[in-house]
Design a protein. Structure first.
Lengths: 280, 509
C-alpha cells in the first residue's frame, strides 16, 4: 500500500506534465488500460486514466473509417462532422496542442477549398483550392493515425492485435512502427541541429526553398540511423522472445467499454448517411 | 559436464565480411563464473558474445563452423527461442534496446512472450523492481530516463525470466562513473545468486573483484586467458601493450582532481605563483597557453536551461575558453553538460546571462557560426556521398584556394586515403575525423566533442586524444564533454566539473 501511494503522484504528475509539449510524433505518454496490481488505489488511478483513451481496436476502427471516407469521397459537411468527431478523442487523451494544430489546419484548408476563383477573378486560385481539397481529404486519416499511434503503448497494441487474431507477421511490423515514432522525432531534431552547425538550410525558409536538397540532407542520415536502430531493436526483441512460437500472454488488460462501442457507432452514422445520399 | 558455455572450434565470418571474425575458439565456461571478454576494437569479443547468446548464426548470418553449446542448448541446431528463458542479454546502446515505452511494460515483455500468467508476471515484476531498486521508475516512460537508468532497466528485463546466464555487450560504454558503480553492484549481486555472466567490455576497471577470468581476444583468436589474480597483477604497461584500458583508474582520477583544482586556483591567483604542489609541468603548459591568448569564448552570469516538460535550469560559473586549450567538461549525467554545450553553440538560447565571443556579447546565431559540435552519434552529421564532398559542402568548389585548403585538411586528419569513400562506409573514428574536417573547412574556431571516446579501445581513445592536441595546436579552442577518465587525464589542459556547484573556472581574471 505504501509503495503504491508513493508511486502514484509520480505517475499522475508525469501524465499531466507530459501532455503540453508532446508533439505529433511522441507516444511519450502511453495511456493504456493496464491493471498494475491488486492494490485498489492503483486500480482507480488506472481506471481514471483508462477513461481518457479508447481501446486500441476502436482506434484502428476509426482509422479504417477515415480511409473509407477517402474511398467514398464524402461531402464537405460529412467531412466536417467526421473531423470534429475524430478530434474529440484526441482532445480527451490530453493532446491539446496536436488537436488544435489539426483543427486549425483543417479549418484553413477547408476555407481555401471553398474559395470561388471565378468570383474573385483570380484563376490561379484554382490550383491552391484543388491542393487544399486534396489535403482536407487526407487529413482525417492523419488525425486518426496520429491518435492510434501516439496514444497507444506498444504492449496495448500487441495485446489488441492478438485479440483480433492478427497474424504475427502483421503484429510485429506494426509494433516496430509504433516504437519508431519517437526515435524519428529525436533523430530529426539532431539532424536539424547538425545542419544548423554546418550552416546548411539553417532556417525553416531555407528548407522550403530547396526542397529536394533538404529532403536529401534530412532523409539520408535519418534512414542510415533507422537501419541501425532497426537492427538493434530486432536483436533485443529476438533475445526477449518476441518471435517465439506458442502462446503469448499480456498483463496489459484491454477491453471494449461502452464509450468504445458508442464511438464506433457514432463515427459510422455520418459515413452511412453520406453514402446513402442523405447528406449532400 | 558443468560447463555452462562450451565452444569447440568455433569460427565465424560475417556475411559481407572479408575476414574471419572468430577463428577456432575453444572455450569452456563453468557455471557461476564471471568472464570478461576483452581486446581491441574488432578483435572478436562482441562477435563471441553473439555466438554465446545464439544471435550468431541465427540472426547475424555468415559462415559458421564448429560447435557451440550454451546452457545445454546447441545454438546452431536449436531455435534461438529456446535460449530466451535461459540467457538474458544486455547491449551497448541504452537507447535502442527497449521495445516498450513504459518501464513496467518492458519488464513484462519477455515474460509475456514466454506465456506466463498475468499474476505470475506481476509477481515477478514486483520482485525484480525491489531487487534492482526501480520501483519508483515503473510507471515512467523509458524515453525520459537517463542512460544509467536505461541500462539498469535493460539488466532488470534481462533477469525477468531468472536466466542461468547473462551476456552483456559493452554495457557501460555510455555511462558515467556513478552509473558504472551501480552497474557493478548489480552484477556482483547477480553473480552471488549463481548466474553465469559473460561481459564483453573495454572499460575494465569496474570489473576488478567481480571477474573470475579474463579472455583476451586478438584478431579473432583467443590470445590469452588469465585468472583474475594473474590478470590484476599484470603491470599497467603490459595491459597497455595489449591495447586494453587501465585496470586502476586511481592515478587518472587524481590527475583529474589536480587539473580541476588547478583551474580553480588559477582563478584565485594568477599573480600568486606558488599555487600549491600540483603537477608543475602541466601548470606551466596551461599557464603559458593562457597568457598568450585572450579567451575566444567566455560566459558571464550564465544560466542555462529549457522550459517545458522536463524544465531544467542551472547557473554556470563564469567560464573562459581560450584558443589552444583542451578543456574537459565532466560531471554526472543530468548535470547539464549537454545543455551547456548546446547553449555555447547557440542551438538553444541561454535562460539568462551572456555568452561573449572574442569579448563581445553575441546572439545564439553567431555562436552557431563560430562553434561546431561533434555529436556523440556522428552519423547525423554526415550528408554527402564522399569524404571530399562532405568537406566542400556549402563552399565554392571552383575556388582553388578552397580546394587547396580541403587537401590540407584531409592530409592533417589522415583522411587523404579515404577522400573518395562514402562517409558511411568508414569506421566510427574516421567519421569523427570527417565531421571535424568539415568544421575546419567552415573555419570554426570552437570545436566541441560530445563523448568522443565512448566504446573505444585504448588505441582509438589515444588517437582521439592526439587529434584533440592537434586541433589545440592549430589554435582551435577544444571543449570535450566526457566521462572517460583516461581521456580527460591524458589530454585535457583544464577540467571543468559541473557537478561541483561552487567550482568556478576562470583562469584569466
Amino acid at each position: 500500500m505504501h509503495s503504491s501511494s508513493s508511486t502514484e503522484p509520480v505517475a499522475s504528475s508525469s501524465q499531466t506534465s507530459l501532455q503540453p509539449s508532446v508533439v505529433a510524433t511522441t507516444p511519450g505518454a502511453p495511456i493504456c488500460s493496464a491493471v498494475v496490481d491488486g492494490s485498489a488505489s492503483k486500480q482507480s488511478n488506472q481506471r481514471a486514466r483508462a477513461s481518457r483513451t479508447l481501446d486500441p481496436r476502436t482506434k484502428l476502427f476509426m482509422l479504417l473509417v477515415a480511409n473509407l471516407m477517402l474511398f467514398f469521397h464524402v461531402s464537405v459537411i460529412t467531412q466536417i462532422i467526421m473531423v470534429v468527431l475524430f478530434l474529440i478523442p484526441l482532445a480527451a487523451a490530453g493532446r491539446w496542442k496536436l488537436t488544435m494544430n489539426f483543427a486549425l489546419t483543417y479549418a484553413v484548408l477547408t476555407g481555401l477549398g471553398l474559395l470561388d476563383p471565378e468570383a474573385l477573378g483570380l484563376p490561379w486560385i484554382h490550383v491552391v483550392s484543388a491542393l487544399a481539397v486534396g489535403c482536407t481529404m487526407m487529413l482525417p486519416c492523419f488525425i486518426t493515425g496520429a491518435y492510434a499511434f501516439t496514444t497507444t503503448s506498444p504492449s496495448a497494441f500487441i495485446c489488441a492485435m492478438r485479440r483480433m487474431h492478427a497474424p504475427e507477421s502483421v503484429v510485429i511490423p506494426c509494433v516496430v512502427v509504433i516504437r519508431f515514432f519517437p526515435t524519428i522525432a529525436e533523430d530529426y531534431r539532431q539532424i536539424r541541429n547538425a545542419m544548423a552547425l554546418r550552416g546548411i538550410a539553417a532556417g525553416g525558409w531555407e528548407l522550403v526553398r530547396h526542397p529536394a536538397q533538404s529532403l536529401e540532407y534530412i532523409l539520408i542520415p535519418l534512414l542510415m540511423n533507422a537501419t541501425n536502430v532497426a537492427q538493434d531493436l530486432s536483436v533485443a526483441a529476438l533475445t526477449k522472445g518476441l518471435g517465439r512460437e506458442g502462446t503469448h500472454t499480456s498483463r496489459t488488460e484491454i477491453r471494449m467499454r461502452f464509450v468504445d462501442w458508442l464511438m464506433m457507432i457514432v463515427v459510422l452514422i455520418p459515413l452511412a448517411l453520406d453514402i446513402a445520399g442523405v447528406i449532400r | 559436464m558443468a560447463a555452462e558455455i562450451y565452444s569447440n572450434n568455433v569460427s565465424f565470418t560475417y556475411e559481407h565480411g572479408d575476414k574471419s571474425a572468430l577463428i577456432d575458439i575453444m572455450l569452456s565456461i563453468p557455471k557461476g563464473q564471471c568472464i570478461v571478454l576483452c581486446g581491441t576494437s574488432g578483435c572478436g569479443k562482441t562477435t563471441y558474445s553473439r555466438v554465446v547468446n545464439g544471435l550468431i548464426p541465427q540472426f547475424f548470418h555468415g559462415e559458421f563452423s564448429g560447435e557451440q553449446h550454451t546452457c545445454g542448448i546447441n545454438t546452431t541446431a536449436d531455435p534461438i527461442d529456446k535460449l530466451t528463458p535461459l540467457a538474458g542479454s544486455v547491449f551497448q546502446n541504452p537507447k535502442t534496446q527497449y521495445f516498450n515505452a513504459k518501464v513496467i511494460d518492458e519488464l513484462a515483455f519477455p515474460a509475456e512472450n514466454m506465456g506466463l500468467s498475468p499474476e505470475e508476471i506481476n509477481h515477478r515484476i514486483a520482485e525484480i523492481a525491489r531487487r534492482f531498486n526501480i520501483e519508483s521508475l515503473l510507471d515512467r516512460s523509458i524515453f525520459h530516463l537517463s542512460g544509467g537508468q536505461k541500462q539498469r532497466i535493460a539488466l532488470a528485463a534481462a533477469t525477468m525470466l531468472s536466466p542461468m546466464l547473462l551476456v552483456l555487450d559493452e554495457p557501460t560504454s555510455n555511462l558515467d562513473s556513478v552509473a558504472i558503480a551501480q552497474m557493478r553492484e548489480l552484477i556482483a549481486q547477480l553473480k552471488a545468486s549463481g548466474i553465469t555472466i559473460v561481459i564483453a567490455e573495454h572499460r575494465l576497471a569496474w570489473l576488478n573483484g567481480i571477474a573470475d577470468r579474463y579472455i583476451i581476444f586478438d584478431n579473432g583468436h583467443i590470445a590469452h586467458e588469465y585468472e583474475a589474480d594473474e590478470f590484476l597483477a599484470l603491470s599497467p604497461g603490459c595491459i597497455a601493450a595489449m591495447g586494453l584500458r587501465a585496470l586502476d583508474l586511481q592515478p587518472y582520477r587524481q590527475r583529474i582532481k589536480a587539473l580541476e583544482s588547478l583551474t580553480d586556483t588559477q582563478l584565485a591567483s594568477t599573480s600568486d605563483t606558488n599555487s600549491s604542489g600540483l603537477a608543475s609541468a602541466q601548470h606551466d603548459d596551461a599557464a603559458a597557453a593562457h597568457s598568450v591568448s585572450s579567451p575566444l569564448l567566455s560566459t558571464h552570469d550564465l544560466v542555462i536551461g529549457y522550459r517545458g516538460r522536463d524544465s531544467f535550469s542551472r547557473s554556470i560559473p563564469d567560464l573562459d575558453l581560450c584558443p589552444g586549450q583542451i578543456i574537459g567538461l565532466m560531471g554526472h549525467n543530468g548535470c547539464g553538460k549537454t545543455t551547456l554545450v548546446r547553449t555555447l553553440t547557440g542551438l538553444i538560447k541561454p535562460a539568462s546571462g551572456t555568452v561573449l565571443l572574442n569579448g563581445k556579447p553575441v546572439k545564439p546565431r553567431a555562436l552557431t557560426r563560430a562553434g561546431f559540435l561533434v555529436m556523440q552519434d556522428v552519423n547525423y552529421q554526415l550528408f554527402s556521398d564522399s569524404v571530399r564532398e562532405e568537406l566542400l559542402l556549402g563552399l565554392d568548389e571552383s575556388d582553388p584556394a578552397i580546394i587547396k585548403r580541403c587537401d590540407q585538411v584531409l592530409e592533417d586528419l589522415d583522411l587523404t586515403r579515404f577522400a573518395g569513400r562514402h562517409p558511411m562506409s568508414l569506421s566510427g573514428g574516421q567519421k569523427q575525423r570527417v565531421a571535424i574536417g568539415s568544421a575546419l573547412m567552415c573555419g570554426k574556431d570552437l570545436i566541441i566533442l560530445d563523448e568522443p571516446t565512448s566504446g573505444l579501445d585504448r588505441y582509438h581513445m589515444e588517437q582521439v586524444g592526439e587529434l584533440l592536441r592537434q586541433l589545440a595546436e592549430q589554435g582551435k579552442t577544444v571543449l570535450v564533454v566526457t566521462h572517460d577518465e583516461e581521456l580527460a587525464a591524458g589530454w585535457c589542459t583544464s577540467i571543468i566539473n559541473l557537478e561541483h556547484n561552487g567550482s568556478t573556472t576562470n583562469p584569466n581574471s
